[in-house]
Design a protein. Structure first.
Length: 317
């Protein structure tokens, strides 16, 4: 078996056909699709099961408790038999019928064990925007679904259960496990932007504070190896999610749970303690920015800075 695709589905009945057809129509045929339904209350699983009756490569599974995206992906990793692994979220889809073929040919020709690729963000308005990436840790994008992984590199890894933005640390671990990395310059994945997706279902500040918790745990347990690039990635993730958290609360710290703010401060302190030798000037700005706001409150000057940063999105991406 060449590729295992791990698909996570939850209440996405209207998108199931699109996701499945983007795989079934591939010209490359040596794959298995592990399609896991996380106890949907619509007819998502029934659709998955119906597709499995028409093609033995589709492996349907239904969880009988709504366990979350991390549990679904972890279970998929246990079941996967392919030499390589791809991830798919149930409301997204792969771009082109020749994509798997191009991806495997590129990977095997270069003997790569980690390959990422650009993706398209698609909106209900019809607007599309291509997100470019490269094979450096800062510009790889933190999501797991725009990458092909050598199965032997990631089978022992797992996603943190019960947390949002669970990709953040997994992506670093998988990156560091790889010996040969590359970027295939072909848009391979379509990332559907919908308001009730898994990421947006919980209160925003809780979700974004999860990033701080995940990163601090990884630092303490030494799950990620420090380097200038890794510290820059961590600082950037922490900074971005913090800015979005404040922005989603209309720049009012009183709307944000105090424990969520403490998570960010704790993680900033950990980075300064553990990774001091690797912190660059830009990273130091990001980390101090978070700490200063938490310690001094959100005054007019700081609020102005945040508005400027949110406006100039390229600064925080």
């Amino acid at each position: 078996m060449k590729i295992s695709i791990i698909g996570a589905f939850y209440n996405v009945s209207k998108y199931v056909d699109r996701a499945f057809l983007s795989i079934l129509n591939q010209t490359f045929i040596d794959w298995e699709f592990i399609a896991i339904d996380d106890n949907s209350v619509d007819n998502t699983y029934e659709k998955i099961r119906d597709y499995s009756l028409t093609d033995a490569r589709i492996k349907p599974t239904k969880l009988f408790n709504n366990s979350g995206l991390s549990t679904v992906r972890n279970y998929g990793l246990e079941l996967a038999r392919g030499e390589y692994i791809l991830f798919l979220d149930g409301d997204d889809y792969f771009s082109d019928k020749n994509f798997f073929k191009q991806l495997i040919e590129f990977t095997e020709k270069g003997n790569y064990d980690w390959v990422n690729f650009p993706f398209s963000l698609e909106y209900s308005s019809g607007k599309k925007r291509v997100r470019k990436v490269d094979s450096t840790i800062e510009d790889m994008y933190s999501g797991v679904w725009n990458k092909l992984y050598k199965s032997s590199n990631i089978k022992e890894l797992s996603f943190p259960v019960g947390k949002k933005f669970e990709d953040v640390v997994f992506s670093v671990q998988a990156y560091q496990m790889a010996k040969r990395r590359a970027t295939l310059p072909i848009v391979g994945y379509n990332y559907w932007q919908r308001t009730n997706s898994i990421v947006r279902q919980k209160k925003s500040d809780q979700g974004h504070s999860d990033v701080a918790d995940i990163l601090s745990e990884a630092i303490v347990l030494k799950r990620i190896l420090p380097s200038k690039e890794v510290v820059s990635y961590i600082s950037k993730q922490l900074f971005n999610h913090y800015i979005v958290m404040i922005g989603d609360n209309n720049f009012n710290l009183n709307n944000i749970n105090e424990s969520h703010l403490c998570s960010f401060v704790y993680t900033v302190d950990l980075i300064n303690q553990k990774y001091d030798d690797f912190i660059s000037g830009k990273d130091l700005f990001r980390l101090n920015f978070i700490k200063q706001i938490n310690e001094n409150g959100l005054n007019l000057f700081t609020r102005t800075i945040i508005i400027i940063i949110l406006t100039a999105r390229k600064i925080v991406r």
